[in-house]
Write a protein that binds this ligand. Structure first.
Ligand SMILES: [Zn+2]
Length: 96
Protein backbone atom coordinates (compact mmCIF):
# COMPACT_ATOMS: atom_id res chain seq x y z
CA UNK A 1 0.00 0.00 0.00
CA UNK A 2 1.43 3.35 -1.02
CA UNK A 3 -0.33 6.52 -0.13
CA UNK A 4 -3.15 6.06 2.30
CA UNK A 5 -6.31 8.02 1.82
CA UNK A 6 -6.94 10.12 4.86
CA UNK A 7 -10.62 10.70 4.69
CA UNK A 8 -12.43 10.63 7.96
CA UNK A 9 -16.00 11.36 8.67
CA UNK A 10 -16.52 12.68 12.14
CA UNK A 11 -19.48 12.05 14.37
CA UNK A 12 -20.31 14.67 16.95
CA UNK A 13 -22.75 14.93 19.80
CA UNK A 14 -25.96 16.52 18.61
CA UNK A 15 -26.33 18.45 21.86
CA UNK A 16 -22.87 19.93 22.48
CA UNK A 17 -20.92 19.28 19.27
CA UNK A 18 -18.09 17.33 20.93
CA UNK A 19 -16.35 14.98 18.58
CA UNK A 20 -17.13 11.47 19.74
CA UNK A 21 -16.37 9.01 16.97
CA UNK A 22 -14.86 8.97 13.53
CA UNK A 23 -15.10 6.68 10.55
CA UNK A 24 -11.75 5.03 11.39
CA UNK A 25 -13.40 2.92 14.02
CA UNK A 26 -16.72 2.49 12.26
CA UNK A 27 -17.76 -0.94 11.11
CA UNK A 28 -20.86 -2.51 9.67
CA UNK A 29 -22.65 -4.45 12.36
CA UNK A 30 -25.58 -5.10 10.08
CA UNK A 31 -28.03 -3.59 12.54
CA UNK A 32 -28.73 -0.35 10.69
CA UNK A 33 -27.20 1.81 13.41
CA UNK A 34 -23.79 3.45 13.21
CA UNK A 35 -21.44 1.07 15.03
CA UNK A 36 -17.92 1.75 16.26
CA UNK A 37 -15.40 -0.34 18.14
CA UNK A 38 -13.91 2.61 20.01
CA UNK A 39 -14.64 6.26 20.74
CA UNK A 40 -12.43 8.95 19.23
CA UNK A 41 -10.67 9.50 22.54
CA UNK A 42 -10.73 7.77 25.85
CA UNK A 43 -12.99 9.89 27.96
CA UNK A 44 -15.06 11.26 25.09
CA UNK A 45 -17.94 9.12 26.26
CA UNK A 46 -19.05 7.69 29.59
CA UNK A 47 -20.36 4.18 30.10
CA UNK A 48 -23.11 3.66 32.63
CA UNK A 49 -24.93 0.54 33.64
CA UNK A 50 -28.48 0.47 32.39
CA UNK A 51 -30.79 -2.09 33.96
CA UNK A 52 -34.02 -0.93 32.39
CA UNK A 53 -36.29 -3.39 30.59
CA UNK A 54 -34.89 -6.20 32.73
CA UNK A 55 -31.69 -6.30 30.68
CA UNK A 56 -28.22 -5.52 31.86
CA UNK A 57 -26.76 -3.22 29.26
CA UNK A 58 -24.15 -0.52 29.24
CA UNK A 59 -25.47 2.85 28.25
CA UNK A 60 -23.17 5.29 26.46
CA UNK A 61 -23.40 8.98 27.32
CA UNK A 62 -21.61 12.06 26.06
CA UNK A 63 -18.90 12.88 28.62
CA UNK A 64 -19.46 16.58 28.16
CA UNK A 65 -23.21 17.03 28.31
CA UNK A 66 -24.56 13.64 29.46
CA UNK A 67 -26.67 13.15 26.34
CA UNK A 68 -27.74 9.56 25.72
CA UNK A 69 -25.91 8.21 22.68
CA UNK A 70 -26.62 4.51 22.57
CA UNK A 71 -25.32 1.30 24.11
CA UNK A 72 -22.07 -0.64 24.09
CA UNK A 73 -21.97 -4.43 23.72
CA UNK A 74 -19.08 -6.85 24.25
CA UNK A 75 -19.38 -8.51 20.84
CA UNK A 76 -17.47 -6.11 18.60
CA UNK A 77 -14.42 -6.69 16.42
CA UNK A 78 -10.76 -6.44 17.39
CA UNK A 79 -8.85 -4.61 18.77
CA UNK A 80 -11.32 -3.65 21.49
CA UNK A 81 -13.94 -6.38 21.19
CA UNK A 82 -16.54 -3.72 21.84
CA UNK A 83 -19.46 -2.61 19.75
CA UNK A 84 -20.67 0.93 20.32
CA UNK A 85 -24.14 0.85 18.87
CA UNK A 86 -25.06 4.50 18.51
CA UNK A 87 -28.42 6.08 17.96
CA UNK A 88 -28.06 8.01 14.74
CA UNK A 89 -30.50 10.58 16.08
CA UNK A 90 -27.93 11.48 18.77
CA UNK A 91 -25.04 12.19 16.42
CA UNK A 92 -24.25 14.80 13.84
CA UNK A 93 -22.20 13.56 10.93
CA UNK A 94 -19.58 15.86 9.49
CA UNK A 95 -18.19 14.62 6.21
CA UNK A 96 -14.57 15.37 5.55
ZN1 LIG B 1 -22.73 16.20 24.22
Amino acid sequence: MGSEMCIRDRYMCKCCDSELFDSDTKFDAGCGWPSFYAPLENGAVINREDNTLGMRRIEVLCAKCDAHLGHVFPDGPEPTGLRYCMNSASLNLELS
